[in-house]
Design a protein around this ligand. Structure first.
Ligand SMILES: [Zn+2]
Ligand SMILES: [Zn+2]
Length: 131
């Protein structure tokens, strides 16, 4: 698949590569402006959507409904999301079995990435629960 990217998409990608983590669209927009880029927020959203469709970046929606974007990489992370305070703890391992990946591929589905999220209460929030 040949990919032709717009300038704004290239700028978004280069920033995401530099960050090596996830970022929301608003912060991404601010960082691009700091770099002297003159993209509008709507262009940032459009660029993120195009890169997502292309299978280059992934979107994670936090418990507070906010979207975070990051480059798709082999050493991705899964999260434990606290519904109490909205914090996300990252898991160091990927529990997805190779067998499951193969099962999806057997359906002739091209997998860009997968997500696995856990929701509950963090240690601090558990202690705040009335008995
Ligand atoms: Zn919490
Ligand atoms: Zn995984």
């Amino acid at each position: 698949m040949s990919v032709r990217r717009t300038n704004s998409q290239k700028q978004i990608l280069s920033l995401l590569k530099q960050l090596q983590g996830e970022i929301n669209a608003q912060d991404l927009y601010v960082k691009l402006r700091e770099r002297g880029e003159t993209l509008g927020l709507a262009t940032v959203y459009r660029g993120l959507k195009a890169l997502k469709l292309e299978g280059t970046i992934q979107e994670r929606v936090s418990p507070t409904g906010e979207s975070f974007y990051s480059l798709i990489s082999k050493d991705h992370q899964h999260h434990l999301n606290c519904v109490g305070c909205g914090r996300s703890l990252s898991l160091d391992i990927c529990p997805i079995e190779q067998q499951l990946i193969e099962l999806c591929q057997a359906k002739n589905f091209q997998i860009f990435y997968h997500t696995l999220e856990f929701f509950g209460l963090c240690h601090a929030c558990q202690n705040q629960q009335p008995n």
